[in-house]
Design a protein around this ligand. Structure first.
Ligand code: NAG
Ligand code: NAG
Ligand code: NAG
Ligand code: NAG
Length: 370
């Protein structure tokens, strides 16, 4: 990321949004998927299977970057809880700055109204924007400001908005004015080309009604990341994998696939093989694929994750991807450092983050109507 960076406070669009809604602090913005025509990374020439391929590559690249970030902590090379200044800004900034991220945030500002597109990243605390386009000279939220936006998607976006839990992130800086809350609802991947998703703050982010599953997030030395504890997996109604070694799992909208510790993934694949009576297809990317050409109406089983005290039932569209005609694959891979609950698994869930009580909620929802 940028080498010439300064922290410069100025009125953010968010301060603007807050002024506009001084008595009812809640607002929402659009989340634009990487493959939506309004995304700076949109490529109209990609076929559906090219898109899946590109998604996998982004997910792999992002996993590798997250591993770098995590291993810094593991190796004890960080003496500070918040690794952003100096040595860390580079590797971590790179994570958020490039096109591996899957969602952009649309903000409208100014007269005449101008649309500003930023990368939205729940894995990051940084708020980076180009100094020129957004510099309006008011005090407000502190942003990192860079003149050197030479990153992949940065070139076309106004910057990055970190939605992590650390002190520099947007949600932390808005703090009590938004009740320390935000949420999102991601439309299914089959619709990301034609619809946008929603990211909400404050009173707009409260999840109510239906079956809301809430759990504490892991209280750790990485408060900028949203981690839960995975300690059980069930296929269908009652086909449990049995006791699994519990592990932290990162809830991450910037990653695409689910990643699981390889031993857990292997057991899950075995259970799925037993419960899915379709011919298997060998694949060098996914751990399990089926040929459904003879039975396109086949109903795949739900997969339920026990995440802390939250029971999260993933529908087949949360766990299987159509790779190409008639071949559907388990949208998972072995984790290379930390297991990840990526954005396919989060589609059609209203996912809420409460940073004050450090809790996360999941409620099944139709995100196209939200
Ligand atoms: C952390 O340590 C491992 C093993 O010693 C090493 O391979 C890795 O490169 C280190 N990571 C960083 C970011 O220093
Ligand atoms: C920006 O990227 C181009 C190539 O992508 C490179 O040639 C150039 O040196 C970079 N500029 C800076 C300031 O990093
Ligand atoms: C669990 O599944 C088996 C078949 O695999 C079935 O016979 C049994 O009734 C199920 N139990 C419950 C509690 O649903
Ligand atoms: C899927 O099965 C059909 C037969 O039902 C076969 O013709 C086709 O080649 C298979 N596709 C793959 C990718 O294995």
């Amino acid at each position: 990321m940028a080498s010439s960076t300064t922290l410069c406070p100025f009125l953010s669009i968010f301060a603007f949004a807050l002024l506009a809604t001084a008595y009812a602090i809640g607002f929402s913005v659009e989340l634009i998927h990487h493959d939506h025509p309004r995304s700076p990374s949109y490529n109209p020439t990609l076929s559906p299977s090219d898109r899946i391929q590109a998604e996998i590559q982004r997910s792999n690249a992002r996993a590798a970057l997250l591993r770098t970030y995590f291993s810094h902590f593991h190796n004890g090379t960080s003496t500070t809880k918040y690794p952003y200044p100096s040595t860390y800004s580079l590797p971590y900034g790179t994570i958020t700055a490039n096109a591996e991220n899957n969602y952009f945030m649309s903000i409208r500002l100014g007269t005449p109204i101008k649309e500003i597109i930023t990368v939205a990243d729940t894995g990051s605390d940084l708020i980076w924007v180009g100094c020129e386009p957004l510099f309006v000279g008011f005090p407000g939220v502190a942003f990192g400001c860079t003149h050197n936006t030479n990153g992949t998607s940065e070139r076309m976006t106004a910057g990055i908005v970190g939605l992590g839990g650390g002190p520099l992130s947007l949600v932390s800086q808005l703090g009590s004015s938004i009740g320390h809350r935000f949420s999102y609802c991601l439309v299914p991947i089959t619709l990301t080309k034609v619809m946008t998703s929603r990211l909400s703050f404050g009173s707009d982010a409260i999840i109510s009604g239906g079956d809301v599953q809430t759990t504490n997030m892991v209280d750790n030395a990485r408060p900028n990341l949203y981690l839960v504890t995975l300690h059980g997996i069930t296929v269908g109604k009652n086909n449990s994998l049995g006791p699994i070694k519990s592990s932290d799992m990162l809830v991450e909208s910037g990653s695409t696939l689910i990643s699981l510790p390889s031993t857990i993934l292997e057991s899950l694949v075995e259970v799925l093989k037993q419960s899915i009576s379709l011919p298997q297809v060998e694949d060098n990317e996914f751990p399990l694929c089926f040929n459904e050409s003879a039975r396109s109406d086949f109903v795949y089983p739900d997969i339920t994750l026990q995440l802390g005290t939250a029971t999260v039932t993933l529908k087949p569209y949360n766990t299987f991807l159509m790779k190409n005609n008639h071949v559907r694959c388990l949208a998972m891979k072995p984790s290379i450092f930390v297991p990840i609950l990526g954005n396919i698994a989060q589609q059609n869930f209203h996912v809420g983050f409460d940073l004050a009580s450090w809790k996360i909620s999941f409620a099944a929802a139709d995100c196209t109507k939200y």
